[in-house]
Design a protein around this ligand. Sequence first.
Ligand code: MRU
Length: 353
Amino acid sequence: MTEFNSKIKTIEWVDTYSKMIDQTVIPHEFKYVNITSGEEMFAAIKTMIVRGAPAIGIAGAHGVILFAQELAKKGLSREDFVAELLKKADYMATSRPTAVNLMWAVKKQKEVIRESQKDIAGIIEELKANAIKMENEDIAINKKIGDYGAEVVPKGATILTHCNAGALATVGYGTALGVVRSAFAKDNTVQVFADETRPRQQGARITTFELTMDGIPTTLITDGMCSYFMKKGMIDMVVVGADRIAANGDTANKIGTYTVAIAAKYHNIPFYIAAPLSTIDTSIASGDEIVIEERDREEVTHINGKIICAKEVNVINPGFDVTPHELITGIITEKGILRPDYKKAISDVFNIV
Ligand code: MRU
């Protein structure tokens, strides 16, 4: 099996297609898939071959290029090509509803389409250049998040994280796990407790995979265990990623994050969000406006293809929850750590008057 290391790109544009790590088979297999059409990309995002807020943003940007390549073969006028492509871009943005990075990256591609002065082939080249720029920026931003975050990690800290906000949730390095990587580079006595993250086990399958490959000491726990270890004094801080942050700091992240935040508050443990500014949605006032993805019942009723409950039982499977801003110690971004009052800190960082 190819070894994962933090230099590997989770997703990248190659000539005419998108190359990505297939996250549905980790840790049993480590393989790449090439996505060659817009519909294939829509399905790759929906079925979580690619997942994690920043990574699906890049995937959405690639999806727009793939649709552009398909439309270019149809012999449309430039005007019709642009009109059709803008519709396809809007469609691509609906492949998952919660992570705002997807809508953000597609919007960036739509700006390229609208503002381009080039012919159809030229528009496609500009879309590719824009996607590659976003890929490179993603890694650079994550390293900045990592460095700011490392400043608040105590020496020898045990950091609890939930889900996977790592290299595999981004193009590389990670957001929450970027903080871990930067902290570990400074102090190799830092360690991680990783929540399993039911129902899709991104913590068990993906976080433990990428951290142990990088030699960072990691302990896997199930989701219900976090308060137990907090009470025992075994957790020094929590750092998680984010899928969408509202203008008041309320933060959507993987289901179970809210429970961790409540437990951290009760035990007086700092609870940090690590996310790029592209995860902040200043168009919404609070987390009440965040659309929460509902996923298939089989994610809950089955493990490894085997049913684990009564066949006809009722199931509800929200993919995310919203942590209220008052439970958050700080939001670690590429522009520094935002602190309460978040409404003011967010409007300041975006220069909103
Ligand atoms: O459903 P997923 O696996 O896409 O959810 C991912 C998470 O919730 C991550 O923690 C979040 O996207 C932050 S990624 C840097």
